[in-house]
Design a protein around this ligand. Structure first.
Ligand SMILES: NC(=O)N[C@@H](CC(=O)O)C(=O)O
Ligand SMILES: [Zn+2]
Ligand SMILES: [Zn+2]
Length: 434
């Protein structure tokens, strides 16, 4: 397989039909009826009936390596990412050891390059050991070979406002961003595991109220404004969070010297808290699945740009951590392989967004937030050929046992979707399908 290919007759961003010629990993020509000179016959791809999008970029992936290679490795997670149409993923820092030094970040970066299926970009921890007290080596991680731009204690909230303020001040110097797992630890107590509401009462599960997210988001946007820095809201899950972000974006626009961005997960766009009625730990996740009103607000916010991006929060867990009584099971669910199908079904097939909008929220905007400029260039001549071919009229049923992830905590098992990834290319090299 060479890194040169010709994709014939696909609908670019779901719009115009054209051919795309890739030479040595770079988009060389876009137009109707391109000739196949110099392209091996096996490298001419029939795109008829398919939608061509730029490779997806995930701002929020847990790859588990180092430390929990029983749940996922950089290689298996990269395989799952490529199968989901991704060409870059940001690998969260809550590994063991934590990615809180330049060496740790370079290690994850190198594992990603060695796997070679997606660009693995490490996220650096905000605090040493995710303990929430002392800042990690933010500057050294940024200046390292890994070039860390995004910092997060994800899995834990940077709860101390003084620590958050200092982190924002620190990353401002080099244009970095702090991605916050917004969960006030005292409002959502230590055993909170389910949306606090009528259902949590009935099930007898400790509740995790939306306000525990919203107060942290409100605090953080004020800190970002005060410090003139950039804050990113990880996995936004409530209507109240959307309101705060909407207000904050309007202020940031007027002020001009700070910014807030936000992501939503595919599961928070479709699944609701009533799935917990069966006490199945597959549906246990942080933040918890919320009621339909929140889901509606998140969809609207994604469509109108209040929420900037979709991020998977792919969180693989080994059977022995997930198969427990609900209160004891680990938080998190798989997401890389199904994200495009879910977002297409909720947002595109319903007419809320176009394929071009989907490419914006799943590729160019997340690339911009993470400072991965080349990954965000999209379908233009001269851009790296990071491509995904999507079948918009597939009829697929998710099978957890067909997953390329090492884990099986798949909340989509048995669900049917109308769009599916057919092939993925990283700089012209096929990484899935094809
Ligand atoms: N989302 C989850 O439920 N779990 C994540 C951590 C996190 O994203 O907060 C994990 O690392 O398993
Ligand atoms: Zn989180
Ligand atoms: Zn996460």
């Amino acid at each position: 397989m060479s890194a040169s290919l010709l994709v014939r007759g696909a609908s670019l961003l779901g719009d115009t039909t054209a051919d795309v010629r890739v030479v040595e990993g770079v988009i060389a020509e876009i137009g109707p009826g391109l000739d196949a000179d110099g392209i091996e016959p096996g490298d001419v791809v029939d795109g008829d009936g398919l939608v061509l999008l730029p490779g997806l970029v995930d701002l929020h992936t847990h790859l588990r390596q180092p430390g929990r290679e029983d749940a996922e490795t950089v290689r298996t997670g990269s395989c799952a990412a490529a199968a989901g149409g991704y060409t870059a993923v940001l690998a969260m820092a809550n590994t063991s050891p934590v990615t809180d030094t330049a060496e740790a970040a370079e290690h994850v970066f190198d594992l990603g390059r060695a796997a070679g299926l997606v660009d693995v970009q490490p996220v650096g921890a905000v605090t040493k050991g995710l303990a929430g007290e002392e800042l990690a080596e933010l500057g050294l991680m940024h200046r390292s070979r890994a070039g860390v731009q995004v910092f997060s204690d994800d899995g834990k909230c940077v709860a101390d406002p003084r620590v958050m303020r200092r982190a924002l001040e620190y990353v401002r110097a080099f244009g970095g961003v702090v991605s916050q797992h917004a969960q006030d630890p005292s409002l959502a107590g230590p055993s909170a595991c389910c949306h606090e509401g009528e259902l949590s009462g009935r099930l007898g599960l400790p509740g995790w109220p939306g306000i525990a997210e919203e107060v942290i988001v409100a605090r953080d946007v004020m800190l970002a404004r005060h410090t003139g820095s950039r804050v990113h809201v990880a996995h936004a899950s409530t209507a109240g969070t959307v309101e705060v972000i909407r207000w904050a974006k309007a202020q940031a626009e007027k002020d001009g010297h700070w910014s807030v961005t936000a992501e939503v997960t595919p599961h928070h766009l479709l699944l609701t808290t009533d799935l917990l009625a069966g006490y199945d730990p597959t549906f246990k996740v942080n933040p918890p699945l919320r009621p339909q009103e929140d889901v509606e607000a998140l969809r609207e916010a994604l469509a109108d740009g209040t929420i900037d991006a979709v991020a998977t929060d792919h969180a693989p867990h080994a059977r022995h951590d997930k198969e427990h009584a609900f209160v004891d099971a680990a938080f998190g669910m798989l997401g890389l392989e199904t994200a495009l199908s879910v977002v297409a079904s909720v947002m595109v097939e319903t007419g809320r967004m176009t394929w071009a909008d989907l490419a914006r929220v799943m590729s160019s905007t997340p690339a911009a937030i993470a400072g991965l400029g080349e990954q965000g260039r999209g379908l233009e001549v001269g851009a790296p050929a990071n491509l995904v071919l999507v079948d918009p009229s597939a009829d697929v049923t998710v099978d957890r046992d067909a997953s390329l992830s090492l884990s099986r905590n798949n909340p989509w098992h048995g669900r049917q979707f109308g769009a599916a990834v057919r092939a993925t290319y990283l700089r012209g090299q096929p990484t899935f399908g094809a």
